[in-house]
Structure formats: structure tokens, C-alpha cells
Design a protein around this ligand. Structure first.
Ligand code: COA
Length: 204
């Protein structure tokens, strides 16, 4: 388990497929998170996907809950890969319970994933991507220090037209420079507790 501010990351269990089935068939959630909302996911398909997740050592899938109530609100994914000896963490998340959008939780989840990538997994860089119209996700990434690094033009078709896909990344050194400010901003009065648990160097 990894607790960060108001959210908690725990392993994704088979029982969680029920709530995943709901979220993965929500047009809006899928339209923003993966841009092919007509690709409805049956329970059998999700079960198959879950079996593949179990075998995949490079990807970690989490269920994200509210730390206090343990209510499941979404999922997060961290995939590690190395190209030319550079360790990259590719991250993604969605909040499936739409009533929790726009309350700062997505920003907390993103900083938590950066902490996992850089502070626990020793990544050199971290990347994420999102479809052009997903302004909320772009703002959350930029607020966490990501910079726009590229575009795949007209690579998605949703709601009657083609859209670009935007890519973002952040390097380890860039993250370390803003880390304390980000932790302060997202953890508030839980900062000291987090530092005690997860930081061995004073001041970080
Ligand atoms: C994207 C997502 C994870 C962001 O989490 P969130 O909790 O809703 O976002 P936050 O409250 O942390 O806000 C993030 C930024 O978006 C801004 N924002 C909030 N609501 C917004 C809206 N309706 N339109 C535009 N920007 C908005 C916030 O002001 C904030 O920007 P700031 O830091 O510059 O002020 C969440 O909305 C979500 O899961 N959406 C659906 C699926 C998805 O898009 N997944 C991500 C795919 S990459």
C-alpha cells in the first residue's frame, strides 16, 4: 500500500473488476482516458486483461481509494521500461467516480506516481500522454512539472472529428528541483508524516 495525502494505492484485486466494469463502460471516462469510448469492455474481456496484468512484470496496476473511507475512486498504472539504459516510467490514471473530478485528487495521484517513479523506482524520466481535448489532464500534468514533449497528429477520432494526442515528460533533475514545493502543495498538513516515512534525506 502507498498512501499519499487523501489517496491510497493498493494492488488491484479480482473483486475490483466489478467497479472497473462500471468505469470502463462509462463513455465520458473512456473518452478522456483512452479516446475510444465505443470500445465497450465486457466482464470476460476485463477478466482476460486482469490475467495479463498479473503476468506483466513491467506494469503495476493500482486501485486508488480515498485514504480515509477506503472508497474506490479510480485506477492508476505505472509501466517501467528502459531504452538505451535510460529508465522511463510511463504513468496513467483515471478517476472513475466522476463526482470526484476537479477536486485536486488527480494532481495528488500524479505527484504520488512521480514519487513512486523517482523516489522508489529510481527512474530517470517519467512520461504520460493524453488526447488533445483533455485540458484537465494536461493542466494536472503541467501543475506537476511535466512539459509537453510531442504530438501525434490526428491520431484519435472521437465525437465526429480527429484529434491530436499530446505527450508530456519530466526528467529526474527537474522533478527534484520542484519536489518539496509539490509535496507541500499536495500534502498540506500530512507533509511531515510523509517525509518521516518516505524521505531519508532531511529537507527532501
Ligand atoms: C484527468 C484527471 C485525472 C484529473 O484529476 P482531477 O482531480 O479531476 O483534476 P484536479 O482537480 O487535480 O485539477 C487538475 C487541473 O485541471 C484544472 N481543471 C479542473 N477542472 C477543469 C475543467 N473542467 N476544465 C479544465 N481544467 C480543469 C484544475 O484547475 C487544475 O489545474 P491547475 O493546477 O492549473 O489549477 C481526472 O479529471 C480524470 O480522471 N478524468 C477522466 C479520465 C482522464 O482524463 N484520465 C487522464 C488521462 S491522461
Amino acid at each position: 500500500m502507498f498512501e499519499f495525502g487523501d489517496v491510497r494505492f493498493r494492488p488491484f484485486e479480482k473483486e475490483d473488476l466489478k467497479v472497473l466494469h462500471e468505469w470502463e463502460n462509462d463513455f465520458e471516462v473512456v473518452m478522456y482516458s483512452r479516446n475510444y469510448p465505443m470500445n465497450f469492455a465486457s466482464m470476460a474481456q476485463l477478466e482476460q486483461q486482469y490475467e495479463e496484468w498479473l503476468k506483466d512484470e513491467k506494469q503495476i496496476h493500482f486501485l486508488v481509494e480515498l485514504a480515509e473511507s477506503k472508497e474506490p475512486i479510480g485506477i492508476a498504472r505505472l509501466e517501467q521500461h528502459a531504452w538505451a539504459n535510460v529508465k522511463t516510467a510511463d504513468i496513467g490514471t483515471y478517476i472513475g467516480k466522476k463526482e470526484f473530478w476537479g477536486k485536486g485528487l488527480g494532481t495528488q495521484i500524479t505527484v504520488a506516481l512521480l514519487e513512486m517513479a523517482f523516489n522508489q523506482l529510481n527512474a530517470d524520466r517519467c512520461e504520460a500522454s493524453s488526447v488533445e481535448y483533455n485540458e484537465r489532464a494536461h493542466k494536472a500534468l503541467v501543475a506537476c512539472g511535466f512539459k509537453k514533449s510531442g504530438v501525434t497528429r490526428q491520431s484519435a477520432f472521437v465525437n465526429g472529428r480527429k484529434w491530436d494526442r499530446f505527450y508530456f515528460d519530466i526528467l529526474r533533475d527537474e522533478y527534484l528541483k520542484i519536489r518539496l514545493d509539490l509535496l507541500k502543495k499536495t500534502l498540506g498538513n500530512k507533509l511531515e508524516e510523509y517525509i518521516k516515512k518516505h524521505c531519508t534525506i532531511k529537507g527532501y
